[in-house]
Design a protein around this ligand. Structure first.
Ligand code: KG4
Ligand code: ZN
Length: 363
């Protein structure tokens, strides 16, 4: 599908699905005019994870001001906008509702088109903003809430090739960090602690490696890491032990992601006749060991690879605004009566996997 060509239209993107409050103004020539963002890390840090009620309240307190700041930075008024895009799911329902109600009100008062954006779609389309990538491509979406391999055929046209049966990738990093007392979010801290460590010192399991499907599982790996921590006792915090354990964990996750992605590229080739380009998206895409390994895989398989910059891999308003621009281009405007959705799978035809449900993966 051709990339959007008309220039000059600006869309406001609103993101409140998790612990980042963000608003962004993006023009359809890919210019980011403003992208203020406030992270709630400090508020949630004492609890070692995100507390939904604290998140919703913080979004409520900040969102209006952030939108005003974005417009001020860009020198625009609401009447100048071509549309308002808001993350409507999946995510924490309280935060999502704050974003959705705010967007509805602005769209109603200023008579602007409204776009209900699937947060996963915002991540999945980012490479079209950053790399001008054409459809189709394979996206490995790895974040605090997800581990998915989606074949992206077009805007709103996704084919899920694989998903996690239990924990999301970022969640596994966060849980290990919590066990080690490294704090939240765990991914960057595990990565920092792993620096210089020996990734082969602790043999940890690689769940699903070599299996014919493209699904993931991370809970066994997490349990195995916990057992190593218990065996080591307080010595686990000695710098050399900590570095080796974190490096071993990171390597196990990396090996699983590479193996599953290789399998999905093969699946995609069966569908499309060729292996499509590979895109890495979501917060975990910021991890260097994982990025390097996936670049090597892409080279081996002879496919192009696109990894957006870290600030566009973690949650932000820019990718929501961009998804709005893609939808504006196709005339996919939503009615005003949209609703926040805690769960919202990208590919509604995909079969539920083992472990799905209230305790299962989020989509
Ligand atoms: O996409 P994101 O900002 O929010 C969600 O939609 O979940 O992803 C946040 C997740 C957290 O679990 C965090 O620990 C993980 O991404 N993460 C990382 C790294 N940076 C963030 N995981 C591994 N290595 C990193 N460098
Ligand atoms: Zn996200």
């Amino acid at each position: 599908m051709a990339l959007p060509t008309i220039s000059g239209r600006v869309v406001l993107g609103i993101e409140t699905s998790c612990d980042e409050t963000a608003a962004a103004l993006v023009r359809d020539d890919r210019t980011v005019l403003a992208a203020p963002l406030v992270s709630q890390l400090a508020e949630h840090a004492p609890y070692g994870g995100i507390v939904p009620e604290i998140a919703a309240r913080a979004h409520l307190e900040r969102l209006d001001r952030l939108i005003a700041r974005a417009l001020e930075e860009a020198g625009l008024g609401l009447a100048d906008l071509a549309g308002i895009a808001v993350t409507a799911g999946p995510g924490l329902i309280g935060g999502l509702t704050v974003g959705v109600v705010t967007a509805q009100m602005l769209a109603l008062v200023h008579r602007r088109p409204l776009f209900a954006i699937n947060h996963l779609e915002a991540h999945a389309l980012t490479a079209r903003l950053t790399h001008g990538l054409d459809f189709p491509y394979l996206v490995l979406l790895v974040s605090g809430g997800h581990a998915q391999l989606q074949l992206v055929h077009g805007v709103g046209r996704y084919e899920r090739l694989g998903t996690t049966l239990d924990d999301a990738v970022g969640e596994a990093f966060d849980k290990l960090a919590k066990m080690l007392g490294l704090g939240y979010p765990g991914g960057p801290r595990i990565e920092a602690a792993a620096r210089g460590g020996d990734p082969s010192r602790f043999p940890l399991p690689r769940p699903m490696l070599g299996e014919p499907h493209c699904n993931f599982s991370f809970s066994g790996l997490k349990t195995a890491a916990r057992l190593r921590i218990l065996e080591l006792g307080p010595a686990v915090l000695e710098p050399a032990n900590l570095a080796d354990l974190c490096a071993s964990f990171e390597q196990a996750v990396t090996d699983v992601l590479v193996d599953r992605t290789r399998r999905a590229l093969e699946r995609a080739r069966e569908r499309l006749g060729v292996r499509p380009p590979l895109v890495l998206a979501g917060g975990v895409a910021a991890n260097r060991r994982i990025g390097t390994a996936l670049r090597a895989l892409a080279e081996e398989e002879g496919v192009a690879v696109a990894i957006p910059p870290p600030a566009l891999c973690t949650d932000n308003g820019t990718i929501v605004a961009w998804a709005g621009i893609e939808r504006l281009e196709l005339g996919l405007v939503d009615p005003l009566a949209i609703e926040a959705r805690a769960r919202w799978p990208l590919d509604p035809t995909a079969e539920p996997v083992l472990g799905a449900g209230t305790k299962g993966p989020k989509a």
